[in-house]
Write a protein that binds this ligand. Structure first.
Ligand code: ADP
Length: 402
């Protein structure tokens, strides 16, 4: 897979007169960032013609990996290698079209091309390599709701917004479940920024055995991450068929357990936000329940609300096991008194509003952050610390909620 990357995104459409920083600010004020509707986005993209079929881009099936966020839209335009030059102006036109939608301040369309099929019999995963001889550009192939082989329970960790500590919570909860004696796996499906390799301290690559990938092991947890399978660096959502085929493999082809030694619990670190990719993952992984991570402030809660609405709307609805408030407060170094840096109690109130359990609050904790950066999860390395105990308590509640 070859990804034609370029610096994507701009604050205001070229030619709008808002290119200077000051004018761009003015533009932003006049166009507050809101998440555009899917319908508006597809309609705008249909106004851009596919030079080959003459159809609009959406109608021609050229809009892949559509990602909607507050003030932001992105997708990948996947074409064959010989057509890249033909589609470069189409990409530019698509970005311009997206920037005409009210509230959209940043548009990113990445042109990707598929590499030739890998040689048959590829058995070892290499970073950035095609990962399977039969890799396809979608996650299809698993009937919806089919349970993962030898996995008893699947809990997904979700957040409406990035940067709230979803992956930190997922990694430490996985370690907490392992400490409770559960045979635990961690599936890092955050294609926007896989962090399990770093947080769990894993640099090796998984190997194929009899057509299945063996997860790596760290801190008593079996770990599989999309970060093991695709190049680090470029945002992975844009890596086209490679990301899709890696996702498909992670859903179908991981040996989490055996008949004799199944996994009790798989923790899935979902990508942040609400999009097609989430629906696909939740459905195909047959997720039993979701934990929503939010910080206490309103902006994160609005996104958490959106995420919970998505889970409720799914058919069948996915059980929301509860809300974890992360970065709930900063303990005053002198007195230990909580300093509410991001506000106070918002996630607890939100859990009550959604009528779902409030699972607990995790403070801003420097050793927790350091542990995540160094590949030494706090729960595994300092299980007696106050914050690790909070994770253990949340893990117990989740274990008992089955
Ligand atoms: P997300 O998965 O939501 O994008 P991460 O788990 O990657 O967020 O966390 C973002 C950053 O915040 C990381 O550097 C992480 O170490 C740090 N972090 C997360 N939770 C806490 C916390 N409770 N206290 C201190 N730092 C935290």
């Amino acid at each position: 897979m070859v990804s034609i990357n370029r610096r994507g995104g701009c604050k205001a459409a070229p030619g709008t007169g808002y290119e200077s920083p000051r004018a761009a600010k003015q533009y932003e004020v006049m166009n507050p960032a809101v998440q555009p509707s899917r319908t508006a986005v597809l309609a705008a993209l249909d106004r851009v013609r596919d030079p080959k079929s003459g159809q609009g881009l959406a109608a021609a099936g050229l809009v892949q990996g559509l990602s909607l966020g507050e003030g932001r839209v992105g997708f990948m335009l996947e074409v064959s290698a010989t057509e890249a030059a033909l589609y470069a102006p189409v990409r530019d036109a698509a970005e311009k079209a997206l920037l005409t939608i009210g509230g959209v301040q940043k548009a990113q369309v990445v042109l990707t091309t598929a590499s030739p099929a890998p040689a048959p019999g590829v058995t070892r995963v290499r970073r950035g390599a095609s990962v399977a001889p039969d890799a396809k550009a979608d996650t299809a192939g698993l009937p919806p709701g089919e349970r993962l082989a030898n996995v008893h329970r699947v809990i997904a960790v979700a957040s409406g917004k990035g940067g709230v500590g979803k992956s930190t919570v997922a990694a430490n909860l996985a370690c907490a479940f392992a400490r409770l004696g559960l045979r635990t796996g961690l599936l890092d499906a955050d294609i926007y920024g896989p962090s399990a390799p770093r947080m769990m301290g894993l640099a090796a690559q998984p190997e194929f055995e009899d057509g299945k990938l063996n997860p790596l092991q760290a801190w008593g947890v079996k770990v599989m991450s999309i970060g093991f399978l695709v190049d680090e660096g470029a945002p992975m959502i844009w890596r086209g068929p490679m990301a899709s085929s890696a996702m498909r493999q992670m859903i179908q082809d991981v040996r989490w357990g055996t008949d004799d030694d199944p996994l009790d619990l798989l923790v899935v670190d979902l990508p942040p936000g609400t999009g097609d990719i989430h629906l696909t993952l939740i459905q195909k992984l047959a997720v039993d329940g979701v934990v929503i991570v939010s910080t206490p402030q309103e902006i994160a809660l609005i996104d958490a609300r959106r995420a919970s609405a998505m889970f409720n709307k799914m058919n069948p609805p996915v059980t929301i096991l509860g809300v974890v408030e992360n970065m709930a407060f900063f303990p005053d170094p002198a007195t230990g008194a909580p300093i509410p840096i991001f506000g106070q109690g918002g996630a607890r109130t939100e859990a009550a509003r959604l009528a779902v359990p409030f699972l607990g609050e995790i403070p801003i904790d420097i050793p927790l952050r350091q542990g995540a950066d160094e590949g030494r999860p706090l729960v595994a390395t300092a299980p007696e610390s106050a914050t690790a105990r909070l994770f253990m308590e949340i893990a117990r509640r989740l274990r008992d909620s089955a």
